[in-house]
Design a protein around this ligand. Structure first.
Ligand code: F6R
Length: 233
């Protein structure tokens, strides 16, 4: 794994953006994207850049089950706000959280992933080591599935909702097997509360208990970390 240490999240966003810009110059056409607070500075760099994404495709990692795209807590909405409304892509895919038929929603998304092989996948990481919404115990070779969010994730995400009971309990998430098929992976993590997960990701055994540890088996992963997130390495 390559590790780039940065002073703060703004500089991390620039580093992540530079990797993406270089990949695009070298022919990348499909970006795998994440939501959450960690990639926001990278999206700011993308929206302020002069790169035209209108011939590219994006495939997002996950979406809450039960939220429509126009719900302001949905990941669709987040992506529109932070990126797509300012820098449209030719096609942008996010799992369809409004589809209650999990088998249909997940197989439809697996077809989208198969039809659009990901050149660069951007990831954040949960305090418990989740990537996408693949919580501890998820199979390291899995495809898209409906996942139950853990208490730790619900607790971490409640900051975005008026009331904890409004936090959805399920999500559709791209599987770790699909994430691992991306040609290149960038994981961004900032803050002390990510330090344990980062230490286990880099130095721990590869185990379903720490989903991000699977990345040790990928040939092209870059972790972009501030000092706090890197403090237990
Ligand atoms: C979001 C996602 C999650 C987040 C993770 C970290 O699409 O896939 O794995 O990346 O929960 O979230 P933040 O960046 O808000 O700490």
């Amino acid at each position: 794994m390559n590790i780039i240490k940065v002073k703060d999240q703004d500089l991390g966003g620039k580093e992540a953006f530079n990797i993406i810009a270089t990949a695009i110059k070298n022919g990348a056409k499909v970006l795998g994207l994440a939501t959450g607070s960690s990639p926001i500075t990278m999206y700011n760099e993308m929206t302020n850049s002069d790169i035209d994404f209108s011939n590219m495709t994006s495939v997002n990692l996950d979406e809450y089950v039960g939220l429509k795209a126009d719900n302001d807590q949905s990941y669709h909405y987040f992506m529109n706000e932070h990126l797509f409304s300012k820098k449209p892509f030719k096609n942008s895919y996010v799992p369809d959280g409004s589809n209650p038929d999990a088998a249909a929603a997940t197989s439809e998304y697996d077809k989208i992933i198969a039809d659009n092989p990901i050149d660069v996948q951007v990831l954040g990481i949960g305090r418990n080591g989740h990537i996408g919404f693949n919580e501890p115990g998820s199979p390291l070779d899995g495809k898209t599935s409906k996942v139950a969010l853990t208490e730790s994730t619900i607790e971490a995400n409640k900051r975005f909702f008026d009331d904890e009971k409004d936090v959805p309990r399920y999500a559709y998430s791209m599987g770790i097997g699909s994430i691992m098929k991306a040609k290149k992976i960038i994981l961004v993590a900032y803050g002390e509360n990510k330090a344990d997960a980062i230490a286990k990701t880099v130095n721990g055994p590869v185990t379903e208990d720490v989903p991000a540890s699977a990345l040790q088996n990928h040939p092209d992963v870059t972790l972009i970390l501030d000092d706090a997130a890197a403090s237990k390495l």
